[in-house]
Design a protein around this ligand. Structure first.
Ligand code: NAD
Length: 456
C-alpha cells in the first residue's frame, strides 16, 4: 500500500519506518528542511533503538523516502497520516495549529478519495475540525464533491521502545465514522494493519470521539499512578517507611500490578505533562473540573524539585564552590528526548545556586545543550559551569555528590569503592531508587533516595 506520513518526529518517523518494513511504500513529509536533508543524507534526527537500521534498509530497498514537497506527498497515497506535534498552548490546551495546517494541505492538493489518519494526540472533537479544514480548502477549489474520511488512530508507543511497541502493539485503536466513507476507511486500515493481528485480533474499533479520548485517558491514568506513588514516597520519607518495600507489597495484588509503580523525580517527556493539562483543559471547556488531574500535575511539578531539595538540605542554599556529578539527562532511558525532563529542573537549580555540574548521558548530550540554552536564555554565562563527560566515572571525579536522575542500565551497578574514592563526599542522591540502601550505606555512603530515607 502507498502511505504518506505528515511529520517525521518520534511518532511519524517510527510509524513510517515500521510501515515500510512491513512492505508498504512510504512517503514521509516534513516541513523542517534540515530534518529532511539530514534523513536523506543517512543521518538520524532522534535516537530510538533499532530505528536507524530499519530506515537504512527500507530507504535502500526503495520503500521509504523523505521530502518536504507537500503536493507530492498528498498525491502519493490514499492514506495520509497526520503525526505532527500538539504542544501545550498557553492555557494548557493542545495547540492544534500543526494538525489543522496538515489538514488544510491535504484539502489544498487532494484529487481523489483520502483516508486521513490522525495519529497525533488530539482533544475530543479534533477530527471534526480537520474535516472542516479540508472541506474549506476543497470548497475554495470548487471540489467539495471529493470524498474523504478523517479517522482517529492514537499512538501508544513508548519512546525508548518505540519500534518494538509499534511492531508488537498491545492494541490498535481505530475511531471511525459509521458512514460509507468511514466503513471504506476502516476496510483499508484493517488491511494495512492485518500483519499485527495475525496471532489474535488487537484492533478495537470505536467511534472517533471515544478513540480520541482513549489516548488521553491512558496517559492520564499512567501519570496518575506516578504522581500517586510520588506522594506515597514523600510520606514514606517522613514516617520512616521504605517505598520500595511498599511498592512490592502492593504490586503483588493483580488489581494493582507492578508496572508503572515507581517513585522518582516526577514524569517528563513530551506526552504526560501536556496530555494531563490538555485533558483538564478539555474538561474546563465543558464546564467540568477534573480535580484529580489538577493534583497529578501539581504533585509532579513539586516532585521535579525533589533532588534539588535534597541537595539544598545537605549543603544549604549557596552552592558556590561545590560541584555535582549528574548521571542521566534524558527524561527516561533509551531516548534522547529532553522535553520536560526532570534533569533540567535539577541542573537549573544547581547552576543558579552557583554550583558546577559534570553530566553524563549515553545519548542525550546534544539535546541537553539545546534544552539548557533555552532554559538559561536569561543567564547564558552559567552554562560555562556545566561540562559533559564521556564516561560516568569521569563525572564523579572530585564531585561533592553523585546525583542519579535517569535509570540507564549502565548506572545500576557502579563500583562502589571506586566511586567512594572519586567523590569528595561519599554522598549519593538517587532519584530512581536504583541501589540497595544497605549495600551502599555499608560501603560508607550517605544514601538519599526517594521515599526510603529511614534506611539511610
Ligand atoms: P515531534 O515534535 O517529534 O515531531 C513533529 C514533526 O512534525 C516535526 O518534525 C515537525 O517539523 C513536523 N511538522 C509540523 N507541522 C508539519 C506540517 N504541517 N507538515 C509536515 N510536517 C510538520 O512530535 P512527536 O513526539 O512525534 O509527537 C507527534 C504527536 O504524537 C503528538 O501529538 C504527540 O502527543 C503524539 N504522541 C507522541 C508520542 C511520543 O512518545 N513522542 C507517543 C504517542 C503519541
Amino acid at each position: 500500500m502507498n502511505i504518506t506520513i505528515i511529520g517525521t518526529g518520534y511518532v511519524g518517523l517510527v510509524t513510517g519506518a515500521c510501515l515500510a518494513e512491513l512492505g508498504n511504500n512510504v512517503f514521509c513529509l516534513d516541513l523542517d528542511q534540515r530534518k529532511v536533508d539530514l534523513l536523506n543524507a543517512g543521518g538520524m534526527p532522534i535516537y530510538e533503538p533499532g530505528l536507524k537500521e530499519i530506515i537504512e534498509r527500507n530507504v535502500e530497498e526503495g520503500r521509504l523516502r523523505f521530502s518536504s514537497d507537500v503536493e507530492a506527498s498528498v498525491a502519493f497515497a490514499n492514506v495520509q497520516y497526520i503525526a505532527v506535534g500538539t504542544p501545550s498552548g498557553e492555557d494548557g490546551s493542545a495547540d492544534l495549529q500543526y494538525v489543522l495546517a496538515a489538514g488544510r494541505a491535504i484539502g489544498r492538493h487532494m484529487r481523489d478519495f483520502k483516508v486521513i489518519v490522525d495519529k497525533s494526540t488530539v482533544p475530543v472533537g479534533t477530527a471534526d475540525k480537520v474535516r472542516q479544514a479540508i472541506l474549506e480548502q476543497l470548497a475554495e477549489r470548487g471540489m467539495a464533491h471529493l470524498q474523504y474520511s478523517v479517522i482517529s488512530n492514537p499512538e501508544f508507543l513508548k519512546e525508548g521502545a518505540a519500534v518494538d511497541d509499534f511492531m508488537r502493539p498491545d492494541r490498535i485503536v481505530l475511531g471511525v465514522d459509521d458512514d460509507a466513507q468511514g466503513r471504506h476507511a476502516l476496510a483499508i486500515m484493517r488491511e494495512l494493519y492485518a500483519p499485527f493481528n495475525r496471532n489474535h485480533e488487537r484492533t478495537r474499533v470505536m467511534d472517533v470521539r471515544s478513540a480520541e479520548f482513549t489516548k488521553y485517558a491512558a496517559n492520564a491514568m499512567l501519570a496518575t499512578r506516578i504522581s500517586f506513588m510520588n506522594e506515597l514516597a514523600n510520606l514514606a520519607d517522613r514516617v520512616g517507611a521504605d517505598i520500595e518495600l511498599v511498592r512490592q507489597g502492593i504490586g503483588s495484588d493483580p488489581r494493582i500490578g507492578y508496572s508503572f509503580l515507581y517513585a522518582g523525580t516526577g514524569y517528563g517527556g513530551s506526552c504526560f505533562p501536556k496530555d494531563v493539562r490538555a485533558l483538564a483543559q478539555t474538561a474546563a471547556e465543558y464546564g467540568h473540573e477534573m480535580k484529580i488531574l489538577a493534583a497529578v500535575d501539581e504533585v509532579n511539578q513539586r516532585q521535579k524539585n525533589v533532588l534539588a531539595d535534597k541537595v539544598f538540605e545537605q549543603f544549604g542554599p549557596d552552592l558556590r564552590g561545590l560541584s555535582f556529578a549528574v548521571w542521566g539527562l534524558a527524561f527516561k532511558p533509551n531516548t534522547d528526548d529532553m522535553r520536560e525532563a526532570p534533569s533540567r529542573t535539577l541542573i537549573g537549580a544547581l547552576l543558579r545556586a552557583g554550583a558546577g555540574v559534570a553530566a553524563h548521558d549515553p545519548v542525550a548530550v546534544e539535546q541537553t545543550r539545546l534544552a539548557l540554552a533555552e532554559d538559561f536564555a536569561d543567564r547564558p554565562e552559567l552554562l560555562q559551569n556545566i561540562r559533559y563527560v564521556d564516561k560516568p566515572m569521569e563525572a564523579v571525579q572530585g564531585a561533592d555528590a553523585l546525583i542519579v536522575v535517569t535509570e540507564w542500565k549502565n548506572y545500576r551497578s557502579p563500583h562502589l569503592a571506586a566511586l567512594k574514592t572519586a567523590l569528595m563526599n561519599p554522598l549519593i542522591i538517587d532519584g530512581r531508587n536504583l541501589y540497595d540502601p544497605h549495600q551502599v550505606t555499608a560501603a560508607g555512603f550517605t544514601y538519599l533516595a526517594v521515599g526510603r530515607n529511614n534506611l539511610a
